[in-house]
Design a protein around this ligand. Structure first.
Ligand SMILES: Nc1ncnc2c1ncn2[C@@H]1O[C@H](COP(=O)(O)OP(=O)(O)OP(=O)(O)O)[C@@H](O)[C@H]1O
Ligand SMILES: Nc1nc2c(c(=O)[nH]1)N=C(CO)CN2
Ligand SMILES: [Mg+2]
Length: 208
């Protein structure tokens, strides 16, 4: 998504949650600085995995394990939203791409990364500690921001890890996007998560 189209949505999110745009921009700059060096993956590597492919986009709702029984994952390029990675690994599936702001089970993500998963790491004002701790341990990273992307970062659009998978797959030319592990009506979540899921629903429904 063009940044000009994303910006008004981002402004509404910032206002709704009371996030600081400056903190988001500083986090993006931090990630940009850390990605100068040999650990970066190329956008072409990511595009090659997604373009012209049927993608399976895995959210981390409690329904994920059961939803996976209804599809044939090996027919798809598997994209995991953060915590979905552990569930996939338990099923013997290694995601091709992990979209994460590093607040899930990062040890499992590092394991998947060592087995070849490209990490699409998102910078925002509330994850700079995680960025500093974990980015040096990763290889094959693409950096994203929710602000205007600084040097070397991308902004495909989207807010939560799950809906950012959808924006990314769409922008990079996926032939289809099958969503599993998305349950926006999950009541077993706290208020903040509920609010984030409502934004995820709203953003994903924009694609329907
Ligand atoms: N019921 C659900 N519970 C949790 N995640 C869900 C659910 N339904 C859909 N998702 C999607 O799965 C993604 C990954 O879930 P995970 O539990 O790892 O959350 P998270 O890392 O805290 O998400 P975020 O960092 O985006 O807030 C979420 O970003 C969300 O878009
Ligand atoms: N500043 C800020 N940005 C975000 C946050 C967050 O907690 N703080 N959480 C996100 C997905 O959950 C995505 N973006
Ligand atoms: Mg996350």
């Amino acid at each position: 998504m063009e940044y000009d189209k994303w910006e008004p949505i981002y402004k509404k999110i910032v206002e709704d949650f009371g996030f600081s745009e400056d903190a988001d921009a500083n986090a993006a700059q931090l990630l940009s600085n850390l990605l100068i060096g040999p650990v970066k993956a190329d956008l072409k590597d990511l595009t090659d995995i997604i373009k012209g492919k049927d993608t399976l986009i895995c959210g981390n709702a409690p329904t994920l394990k059961k939803d996976l029984e209804q599809v044939n994952p090996s027919d798809h390029a598997i994209i995991a939203a953060d915590g979905a990675t552990s569930v996939l690994l338990e099923q013997g599936l290694i995601p091709a791409v992990i979209v994460t702001d590093l607040d899930g089970d990062v040890e499992k993500e590092i394991e998947a990364n060592k087995k070849g998963a490209i990490m699409v790491v998102h910078a925002h004002g509330d994850n700079t500690g995680k960025i500093l701790s974990f980015v040096p341990l990763l290889t094959n990273i693409i950096g994203t921001s929710q602000t205007k992307p600084p040097h070397g970062l991308f902004n495909f659009g989207g807010f939560t890890d799950g809906d950012r998978c959808v924006f990314m797959a769409h922008q990079l030319g996926a032939t289809s996007m099958t969503l599993v592990g998305f349950d926006f009506d999950d009541d077993n979540v706290d208020e903040l998560k509920k609010k984030k899921l409502n934004w995820a629903r709203r953003l994903i429904e924009g694609f329907a």
